[in-house]
Design a protein around this ligand. Structure first.
Ligand code: FAD
Length: 453
């Protein structure tokens, strides 16, 4: 008998319920990855993620080869390819991770029908992409949690499934054809400082994280210059690491750092269960505030380019361009700046993030953008972050700004977050823009638009 393990957001051999079930189910398994033309049409194959994906697939292939198999790659519509592989091999079952986006749900429904036509049964596995399946816990009378704190309480009480070991052997049926693996070097337009992808790299990073910086995470995670977060997000996004395993291993380490880190992973599950219940929230307001967003393309372009004249905003945007990644504190600030200070539509910013972020993820990105824009699940939707105050608090010595905005490198710690206060020749000597907008005026404009005060 033959089964198919269709890899999607679970590019790993360890702790993978999909691969485990496919191996248990049959004598031979086709580990299949489809470079889905539907994802391409939807504009989600941004260069940074394509390059990272190439690393992930090469490493997954290596992991499968060590177990006697290999990765089968096809370039096609995912449903057509799955059906073709099932028909070619006579597979009786196909295993896949449950997804949360509208696209993933439609894919599941289409797979179900297409596979039935060739005598193959679809098995959708929960708690592969998230630690807890969306819908596993719900408040009374509702299909999802709209507020994080009560979600977290129930999430912690529910616990996470145990970690599965990797299968020892993966036997491929004879004669299955595969296209070539994509190559990272073939992807154009990649950020120069992009991290390397793959399960092996992810597992190494996880181990060094758990045995080192995790202990200081609670106190250090907001220190922009310290760069003291795990940077595991791309590995989690592509499923090189399983969220359940990361949580189980962090809990084994224990302590306040581990507790704070696990809470961040609960946010990931929280946003996924919101999107699963409200797939439209990917591009529609989760809660409308009747915003009539401004559309000033020059301002948005200055934001994208990291030339707003606000050093912390600009440093963060330049980190994004250079690495395809940004610190969470920076993401919050630049999202707030775009949506509340410039009062531009959150979708414009979310799209730019998806074009560049290596961890760019529909659930996490769109719902964090909505959170910052005040159209999402934030219970204080109108708070505005001030880039100068944020700078003094989270980058007090200006080291983060100096790293990314070298034109300001010679300014003193006390000056660096307010370069417009410089005068005379010292001001003339730096090639850095004046502030794009006046913060007080922008705030008043936002408050008027939202009908406050
Ligand atoms: P750590 O601080 O080490 O946290 C550990 C893990 O917890 C992260 O890897 C991530 O999986 C999860 N996590 C942490 N914070 C959040 C959060 N607020 N929401 C959901 N999960 C979280 N994260 C993405 O993975 N993809 C995105 O596209 C994305 N877009 C964002 C857009 C905006 C506007 C904002 C404010 C946040 C966004 N985040 C996104 C959440 C967060 O900023 C990143 O997950 C985090 O910065 C990744 O760095 P890290 O792995 O070092 O995080």
């Amino acid at each position: 008998t033959v089964s198919v393990a269709l890899f999607t957001s679970d590019l790993r051999v360890h702790d993978n319920p999909v691969l485990r079930a496919a191996v248990r189910d049959a004598d031979a398994v086709v580990p299949l990855f489809v470079r889905d033309t539907g994802i391409h049409r939807a504009g989600f194959d941004a260069p940074n993620r394509l390059a990272f994906l190439a690393d992930c697939l090469a490493d997954l292939d290596a992991g499968l080869r060590r177990r006697g198999g290999r990765l089968v790659v096809r370039d096609a519509d995912v449903v057509a390819a799955a059906r073709a592989v099932a028909a070619e091999t006579g597979a009786r079952s196909l295993h896949i991770a449950g997804g949360v986006s509208g696209y993933a749900m439609r894919r599941e429904a289409r797979l179900h029908t297409a596979l039935a036509a060739v005598g193959c049964t679809l098995h959708v596995h929960d708690a592969v992409v998230t630690a807890l399946a969306p819908g596993r816990i719900v408040p009374a009378g509702r299909d999802h949690f709209a507020v994080f704190t009560p979600y977290l309480r129930r999430w912690e009480a529910a616990g996470v499934r145990g970690t599965l070991t990797a299968p020892r052997a993966v036997r491929l049926p004879d004669g299955v054809e595969s296209g070539p693996l994509p190559e990272r070097a073939e992807v154009a337009g990649v950020s120069p400082g992009l991290a390397g992808g793959g399960e092996s790299a992810g597992r190494r990073l996880l181990s060094s994280w758990l045995h080192g910086p995790l202990a200081d995470y609670e106190s250090g995670h907001d220190d922009l210059a310290g760069d003291a977060t795990s940077r595991l997000s791309p590995y989690l996004h592509f499923g090189c690491l399983s969220a359940a395993e990361v949580i189980n291993r962090a809990r084994q380490r224990g302590g306040p750092g581990a507790d704070a880190f696990v809470r961040q992973l609960a946010w990931r599950d929280f946003h996924h269960q919101v999107l699963a219940a409200r797939p439209d929230a990917a591009w529609e307001d989760y809660r409308t505030r009747h915003d009539r967003w401004r559309s000033d393309e020059d301002e948005v372009e200055a934001w994208r380019a990291g030339r707003t004249g606000y050093p912390l905003v600009d440093a963060s945007m330049r980190q994004l361009a250079h690495e395809g990644w940004m610190h969470n504190r920076g993401r919050m600030l630049v999202a707030c700046f775009l949506t509340k200070t410039l009062y531009a539509d959150w979708r414009v910013g979310a799209r730019h993030f998806l074009d560049l972020l290596v961890d760019g993820d529909l659930a996490n990105n769109q719902l964090n953008w909505q959170w910052m824009a005040g159209t999402g699940t934030d219970t204080r939707p109108n708070r505005v972050l001030n880039p100068v105050i944020q700078g003094k608090r989270f980058d007090p010595r200006g080291a983060y700004v100096r790293r990314w905005v070298p034109e300001l490198a010679d300014l003193a710690d006390g000056e660096i977050h307010e370069p417009w206060k410089l005068t005379g020749p010292r001001r003339a000597a730096i090639d850095y823009p004046e502030p794009l907008v006046d913060l007080a005026e922008a705030r008043a404009r936002f408050e008027r638009a939202r009908g406050l005060g």
